[in-house]
Design a protein around this ligand. Structure first.
Ligand code: SF4
Length: 95
């Protein structure tokens, strides 16, 4: 599994391990897998601008965002959206 998605001990990794095997083949082409996870899981209050810039260039953006929304990923940047932006999108979809 690619580093960005499998950091040992992260909530994300634990979540992935606890669910039935989803199709994760899109992760093989994820740009963030080439940059490391730091940009995508910044310290609280840090900028996510660089992560979003990389996501903007990533062909897997739609699959990534769909995965994050489906699996209720709460932390980090997924599919070009921050935690707050995904929460807002979820709330909009429920209305
Ligand atoms: S959209 Fe962003 S977070 Fe998702 S796979 Fe691409 S680079 Fe990674």
């Amino acid at each position: 599994m690619i580093e960005r998605f499998s950091l040992p001990g992260t909530i994300s990794a634990m979540h992935i391990e606890s669910i039935a095997a989803p199709d994760l083949s899109w992760q093989e082409q994820a740009l963030c897998a080439q940059t490391g996870a730091d940009f995508f899981f910044p310290e609280p209050g840090s900028s996510v601008r660089e992560a979003k810039r990389i996501c903007g260039l990533c062909e897997m953006r739609s699959a990534c965002l769909e995965y994050a929304l489906t699996h209720d990923e709460r932390f980090g940047v997924w599919g070009g959206l921050s935690e707050k932006e995904r929460l807002s999108l979820r709330q909009t979809q429920r209305q």
